[in-house]
Ligand binder design. Sequence first.
Ligand code: AMP
Length: 178
Amino acid sequence: MKIVLIGIQGSGKSTQGNLLSKKIGVPYLSTGHIFRELAKEHTPLGRYVKETVNSGYLIPDDKTLEIVGQYLARPEYQKGYILDGFPRTKVQAEFFKNGIDYVIHINVSDEEALKRLALRNDEREDETEQALKRRIELFHKFTEPVLEFYREKGILHEVDGERPIEEIHLNICKILKI
Ligand code: AMP
């Protein structure tokens, strides 16, 4: 089963992605995590990715498509995956031809997401207030058209992300008929 989770930062994608991964036994893959790992490399690409991720801007589409394509070509992703953080722009969605079965939008308001992020205590270099606000702003600008793209394809499902974790999980399981 190939699943894409979409939501602003703080919407609970990684929590839900990991729960789901355990339940259905397909790997969870977060592009944010991939880029944060790449950012640790002392190479020109690593330095560029670090600057971009920490500022909250997006990695260019061609680079992102290339890197995600390389990951998903690995044997462990052939039976399926749960993708978090990609596709994030309409160009990425249009170029990504991978037979996605379900796209799930975990919907939380900007206010709720910012509130949750302020309460997090795992300090991360890329989570300055400015970067968080920029990611939310870029979500509305670049990722909302992605929701529209999948809505037109008939595979977009919306879930209310402002409820307890277990309820949201059950809601997602119902959508996936599992
Ligand atoms: P996330 O943890 O998903 O919020 O991602 C952290 C950062 O990684 C983002 O602010 C971007 O700089 C980069 N990133 C993650 N996924 C993508 C993507 N699909 N396209 C472009 N940049 C991305």
